[in-house]
Design a protein around this ligand. Sequence first.
Ligand SMILES: *[C@@H]1O[C@H](CO)[C@@H](O)[C@H](O)[C@H]1NC(C)=O
Ligand SMILES: *[C@@H]1O[C@H](CO)[C@@H](O)[C@H](O)[C@H]1NC(C)=O
Ligand SMILES: *[C@@H]1O[C@H](CO)[C@@H](O)[C@H](O)[C@H]1NC(C)=O
Length: 512
Amino acid sequence: MKPWYFQNRGGVMTGILVMLLPMLFPSLFTPLTHASPSVFSEWKAPKPRHLPLLKSALQLESSNAEQSDLWAPLEDQGWRPCFESINAPSLPQKSQGYIQAFLDGGLNQQRMGICDAVAVAKILNATLVIPHLEVNPVWQDSSSFMDIFDVDHFINVLKDDISIVKELPDEFSWSTREYYATAIRATRVKTAPVHASANWYLENVLPLLQSYGIAAISPFSHRLSFDNLPRDIQQLRCKVNFKALAFVPHIRELGDALVSRLRYPHGDTGAPSTDYLLEITGVGDKQRAGKFVVLHLRFDKDMAAHSACDFGGGKAEKLALAKYRQTIWQGRVLNSQFTDEELRNQGRCPLTPEEIGLLLAALGFDNNTRLYLASHKVYGGKARISTLRELFPLMEDKKSLASAEERVHIKGKASLLAALDYYISMHSDIFISASPGNMHNALVGHRTFENLKTIRPNMALLGQLFLNKNISWSAFQQAVVEGHQNRLGQLRLRKPKQSIYTYPAPDCMCHA
Ligand SMILES: *[C@@H]1O[C@H](CO)[C@@H](O)[C@H](O)[C@H]1NC(C)=O
Ligand SMILES: *[C@@H]1O[C@H](CO)[C@@H](O)[C@H](O)[C@H]1NC(C)=O
Ligand SMILES: *[C@@H]1O[C@H](CO)[C@@H](O)[C@H](O)[C@H]1NC(C)=O
């Protein structure tokens, strides 16, 4: 069983049973008011939990003989994107009507919903209305599709595949979110099963289109199967995800500026100065000049509480997280029936900032490594990431790299902040995530598509290693290196039921 915690509380969970929870118990998923988000009266600064390892890492780090291939790009694995199908794309001659989709979840779940909405519209020969992004109770961002994605690019890239409109024509202007929120409506499709087949849509939604000229699908997340679909539909989904969805220009521009500051910290643009090259390469690893790692670190209270693991904040923290679990999920957290040790053994605990730091150090990253932290608020704040910063002093994030003026258009907007992190992650030499989730999966898939290096932490192995309190650094390091040899971005073929967005081969990639 892989699924083990919420990616967020808007219903984004990997397990299907768990996915249904918000529908079954909507009251659990209402917005909560974080009483005192920054006051950690409940909480003592977490101490490092792996002090002996940490000491060794700090001593050895600088003298680490870095593996020479650590920073090298992935080798060509012989796979190429191929989603322009052999048949010339064809627009249906006559539209069957309008498809509306209402998408919940955070940015990365909505992204997949958009791709699926295009596919469903194509299956039905319908015209797609630009999907509506619901406000997520946790992230509270009301940004629309057009605020996040370049809508003209989207329509243009897909113009030979399907018809897309930004808004419904006047005769259908009654078909709004409010209209569906207030009563049962004949044009609303409420019962799409999770991972529904193409036939399900042809049998259940096409008749609605034919009767009313419009169908509004909500909920829609995870409502289209990954299996048994025609190849051209699969390829269309990839074309949307990897080609049609581009962020708005101001996100791309800010992203480019930050990437450039990460690569050339001593001069804003252009080639790095010679001084800088000497300085950063230090002991002679020329390969890595200007390179950086993105570390995606989701470590908020929501996730910490839901995982039910012990994160070293002592009794007070444990109580606080238990209380949070009780308030939000009323005890229905499957993980909480296990002990911390059991959870760790099964690899079900997200890595703490300290643990991800030790992982990176064991893999051979030293204290000259430039690390970009893709992260929202970290539960426990600065204290929680202090050990990570000790190991990697050249750690940056949006705030440290961009001025307040530059951040003014994204401030407080979770989806736009996530979009910026996604963009920077796609431009990094190496990407690593401290917890499997939607962002991790989305980037694993996208980076596979572009043959970019991605480290996938071996959670079960690490859980077990960290439980061994007197493991030596060299034993730890050896186990970590061996346990990650095949987790550095090597292409993995999609198996049945797996997501085409996480595993784009072989559906959307061809072996050369
Ligand atoms: C890395 O560690 C070495 C040895 O402890 C130290 O001299 C150097 O200043 C450190 N580099 C950074 C960027 O902190
Ligand atoms: C969609 O259009 C194609 C060709 O244009 C046709 O073969 C197919 O039957 C149509 N499907 C529906 C549901 O209208
Ligand atoms: C720690 O090391 C000691 C001595 O080497 C050994 O007896 C003990 O079993 C070890 N403890 C664990 C938890 O591995």
